[in-house]
Design a protein around this ligand. Structure first.
Ligand code: SAH
Length: 365
């Protein structure tokens, strides 16, 4: 068999075959795959489109399944490359239809991803890091600390797992993505941008980035990069209406002063009728008073912003309680009274601990 020189494009995700490092094809962006096909495999350009389609649209798990490639070509490719997906460790289904996966990566690290049912489709909540460096005091992932960034293939691979599961079970299609799982997406920005860039590829995942939301505690310089690229809409994890309270419950995130964060959001380029979402996690007796609703209303631009209220999912060992239902409703009403758009986000999957980091935290304890 002809030897092919393989350029190592990423140190992760390589299996070794006959002493040669194998290129995990799911780690290659569309551009990387193009270079790999042309420079390393010395194949014509149209092969990129074929291989890309097999990987992302048809979701083959083995190179031999790429049946519009000749047998010798498949053999050549299989000699230097492999296809690796994150492995499913557990699948948990909630009564409300939420499906949560615990996935293991090549180095044994665990992450989670969640499929959330919407009317006629699913939305998938994706992780971007193993653990998280932000250490927000209410968040289970924050408690685990930061381990490492996810690679391109590990983020995209979560979508492959989600889509395959939905197809295998004849369920509604996956159309929306939220980068709201484990980790802080903007601290893995280079990879995030590569993922967002490749999502809409027609012969690939065909997911519109207009239906992708990146949830972040907010970094002005990184928001500027994301905004200039026009590849996603952000949701800002605000959780407090004042700098002082935010510094108390999100000490690392609040190193960016609230005024600077709000200025960055004001400058974020948006099309008409588009709005930036502010996430506000209601913690009992911490940030759920009427006065705090008034402060929040003064902070958020009613034309450019909308507020997602999330009732805290109480977690054992965390110093917070779930807010009373009537307080959550009163808080929402107060925001509407100020002319703001606010919704209480359905808390999904509470029975399977689908809140950020909960399942993994449990598996590790
Ligand atoms: N780091 C990013 C994305 C991950 S967190 C960010 O902070 O936005 C995604 C969301 O889950 C955040 O809004 C966070 O506040 C919320 N969350 C964390 N723990 C939760 C819990 N126990 N109950 C409900 N929501 C939680």
């Amino acid at each position: 068999m002809q030897q092919v020189h393989v350029r190592l494009l990423d140190t992760s995700g390589h299996a070794v075959h006959n002493g040669l490092a194998m290129q995990n094809l799911t780690e290659l962006t569309k551009n990387d795959l193009e270079a790999f096909v042309a420079d390393d495999l010395k194949l014509p350009r149209f092969r990129t489109e074929q291989i890309w389609q097999w990987l992302w649209q048809k979701r083959v798990r083995a190179i031999d399944g790429m049946t519009n490639l000749s047998k010798p070509l498949r053999e050549k490719l299989a000699g230097v490359a492999c296809i690796t997906w994150p492995k499913i460790v557990t699948v948990q289904k909630s009564k409300d239809g939420t499906i949560k996966f615990l996935l293991s990566l090549n180095d044994g690290k665990l992450i989670e991803t969640v499929l959330i049912p919407m009317q006629d489709r699913y939305s998938q909540c994706l992780s971007t890091q193993v653990g998280c460096a932000m250490a927000c005091t209410f968040c289970s992932t924050g408690k685990l600390g930061f381990e490492r960034n996810l690679t391109y293939g590990e983020i995209m691979g979560q979508i492959l797992v989600g889509r395959q599961y939905l197809e295998d079970h004849d369920m509604n299609p996956l159309k929306n993505l939220v980068f709201m799982g484990m980790g802080e997406p903007l601290l893995n920005l280079d990879i995030l941008i590569k993922v967002l860039t490749d999502l809409p590829c027609e012969r690939g995942l065909s997911l519109s980035w207009r239906r992708s939301v990146v949830s972040t505690v907010g970094f002005p310089d990184k928001l500027k990069i994301l905004g200039d690229l026009e590849v996603a809409l952000p949701a800002i994890s605000l959780h407090a209406p004042t700098q002082e309270l935010r510094a108390r419950i999100m000490p690392k995130a609040a190193k960016v002063h609230l005024n600077d964060l709000m200025a960055a959001i004001k400058a974020y380029p948006m099309r008409q009728r588009e709005r930036i979402t502010f996430e506000y996690l209601l913690l009992k007796d911490v940030n759920d008073s009427m006065e705090q609703a008034d402060q929040l209303a003064r902070l958020v631009d009613r034309k450019k912003g909308k507020i997602n209220l999330i009732a805290y999912n109480a977690t054992e060992g965390m110093p917070y309680g779930a807010p009373d239902r009537d307080k959550v409703e009163a808080f929402e009403k107060r925001l509407w009274d100020h002319g703001l758009t606010a919704f209480i986000r359905r808390s999904m999957g509470a029975d399977i601990k689908a809140a950020c980091g909960q399942l993994k935290a449990e598996n590790q304890s």
